[in-house]
Design a protein. Structure first.
Length: 430
C-alpha cells in the first residue's frame, strides 16, 4: 500500500498521532492541505515540513525568498487561468524543460496535463501551500484568503523574533591597580554558597610587584572561599553581533540534486493514494467495501473470508481460495457459542494468530472454505463503536505475522469507510 504523509511524519518523529488527528480535523473544517494545518497549529515549521517532503519526494525545495523574486518574463510563461487552476508557479525555463513550483508535486495528473498543453517537459519543485497561495496572489492576482495571510503574518513574526539579538550579559570589569592599596589588609574568610573546587586563575597584563612573603593560610573548607587579590583592569570585549538571519534561512535549505525524470516520478508514485484507499474513501455501500478488502487480501493470501457477526453467529459473506471466488456457502452460519477460532476472536475482540485446534466448528470452517487443515491462521476483528461487526479469516503461504501491520492498516481503512456510510445515513435521517 502507498506510504502516507502520516506514516512519514510519525516515523520521522516530527509529530504525534494526536497532533496529526487534530490537524486533520482542522483541515476538514477550514480546508487546505494537511501540511498547512500542521503549520497553522504550530506542530511543525514551514522549513521543517518543506525540507522533509523535499527529501522524501526527491523534489527540490524553493524558499520563500526565491519564490517571491521571480522575473516577470518567467511568470508570463504560464497563463493566469492555468496557474490558478493547477496551483503552480513557473520559476525557470531551460530549453524545453519548465520548472514549476507546486505544493503537491505528487499530482502527476496536473503535471501531465500542463506538459501536454504547453508542450514543455514539466519539472516539479516544492514549497508549502501557504507560500504558493502568497505567490499566486502576487503574480496572478489570485484571491488571498485571510486565513493564509494570518498564517504568513505569524510565520514572519516568529522569524523576526528568532532573528532578534539575544540580550548580552554585562561584562564584569576587574578593579584598577590603584585600588590595590585599599585591599592590602587581609580579610576574614566569608561564608558562601558552595562553589566549584577549581577556581579560575587571575589574568594579568604584566607581572605583579613582589610582596613580603606571607605564611601559607590553612586550606578553606568547601563552605568558604579564600579572598582573591584584585586583578589588573582588562579591556571590555565588544559584544558579538548576531548572524544575518536572511542569509542563514536561505542557505539552511538547499535544493536537491536533479535526478532523472523516471527516478523522481517513481519516487512520487510511492506516496500517491492507492486505488484501494481511493475506493474505500468513495464507497457507496458495504458491498463495495468488502469487494475492495477481498481484492487486496487476494494479493497477499492463499485463502481468506469475511464473516458478518449477528446474533452470536458468524455468517459467511465473501471469500476466495487460491484466487478463485468461494461460492455455494452463502448459508454457512457458525455459532459463536461453541469452541472455535471465531469464538476466540469474538470473545476477546482481538487478533488471533496460531494453529486451529481440532473442534467441530473449526472443522466445518476449513472444510467449507476449501478443505485441508491449515498449520496456522490469522483472524482479525472489525469493530464499529465497540461493537463487533465482522471477522476476517486468512491463510497464507508465508509467515502470517509479517502481514499483520499491513492488514491492520487495511481493516482500519475499511472500518472508517463503514463509519462514513453510517454518518451519511444519519445526515439523511436527521
Amino acid at each position: 500500500m502507498a506510504i502516507t504523509l502520516l506514516d512519514m511524519l510519525l516515523n520521522a518523529g516530527l509529530i504525534s498521532r494526536v497532533q496529526f488527528d487534530d490537524a486533520l480535523k482542522n483541515r476538514v473544517i477550514f480546508g487546505g492541505k494537511i501540511g498547512t494545518s500542521l503549520i497553522e497549529m504550530g506542530y511543525i515549521s514551514e522549513e521543517e515540513l518543506a525540507r522533509f517532503l523535499s527529501n522524501k519526494l526527491a523534489v527540490p525545495y524553493v524558499s520563500p525568498k526565491q519564490l517571491l523574486t521571480i522575473p516577470q518574463e518567467t511568470i508570463d510563461l504560464l497563463p493566469r487561468d492555468m496557474a490558478i487552476k493547477y496551483g503552480v508557479i513557473p520559476i525557470k525555463l531551460d530549453k524545453k524543460r519548465l520548472s514549476l513550483v507546486m505544493s503537491d508535486p505528487a499530482d502527476l495528473k496536473a503535471i501531465d496535463e500542463i506538459g501536454f498543453i504547453t508542450g514543455f517537459i514539466v519539472r516539479p519543485l516544492i514549497t508549502p501551500e501557504v507560500r504558493l497561495v502568497q505567490a499566486l496572489s502576487k503574480y496572478y492576482q489570485a484571491d488571498m484568503p485571510p486565513r493564509y495571510q494570518h498564517i504568513i503574518e505569524i510565520i514572519e513574526a516568529q522569524k523576526q523574533a528568532s532573528a532578534a539579538p539575544q540580550p548580552q550579559k554585562p561584562a564584569s570589569v576587574p578593579p584598577a591597580p590603584a585600588e590595590r592599596a585599599r585591599t592590602a589588609q587581609p580579610e576574614q574568610p566569608v561564608t558562601a554558597v558552595p562553589t566549584p573546587k577549581v577556581r579560575p586563575k587571575a589574568i594579568q597584563s604584566k607581572p605583579p610587584q613582589q610582596e613580603p612573603a606571607q605564611p601559607e593560610p590553612a586550606a578553606p573548607s568547601e563552605s568558604t572561599v579564600r579572598p582573591q587579590r584584585p586583578r589588573p583592569q582588562m579591556p571590555v570585549p565588544e559584544p558579538l553581533q548576531p548572524p544575518e538571519f536572511e542569509e542563514e534561512q536561505d542557505e539552511y535549505l538547499e535544493d536537491l540534486e536533479i535526478v532523472e525524470d523516471v527516478a523522481w516520478s517513481e519516487q512520487i508514485r510511492r506516496f500517491e493514494p492507492d486505488a484501494v484507499s481511493n475506493g474505500l474513501a468513495h464507497a457507496e455501500n458495504s458491498d463495495e467495501i468488502s469487494d475492495l478488502v477481498i481484492t487486496e487480501l487476494g494479493r497477499k493470501l492463499r485463502r481468506a473470508a469475511i464473516f458478518r457477526i449477528k446474533d452470536h453467529t458468524a455468517v459467511f459473506w465473501k471469500g476466495f481460495d487460491r484466487k478463485m471466488t468461494i461460492t455455494g456457502i452463502d448459508n454457512l452460519r457458525l455459532p459463536l457459542t461453541e469452541p472455535s477460532v471465531l469464538k476466540t476472536v469474538a470473545d476477546s475482540a482481538g487478533i488471533y494468530l496460531g494453529p486451529m485446534k481440532e473442534t467441530p466448528i473449526n472443522h466445518l470452517l476449513y472444510d467449507a472454505l476449501g478443505g485441508g487443515q491449515p498449520s496456522a491462521v490469522l483472524l482479525m476483528p472489525i469493530l464499529i463503536g465497540g461493537r463487533l461487526v465482522n471477522i476476517v479469516y486468512a491463510e497464507g503461504d508465508e509467515e502470517l505475522n509479517t502481514l499483520v501491520p499491513d492488514l491492520q492498516k487495511l481493516l482500519t481503512k475499511a472500518t472508517l469507510a463503514l463509519e462514513i456510510l453510517i454518518f451519511r445515513e444519519k445526515i439523511l435521517m436527521i
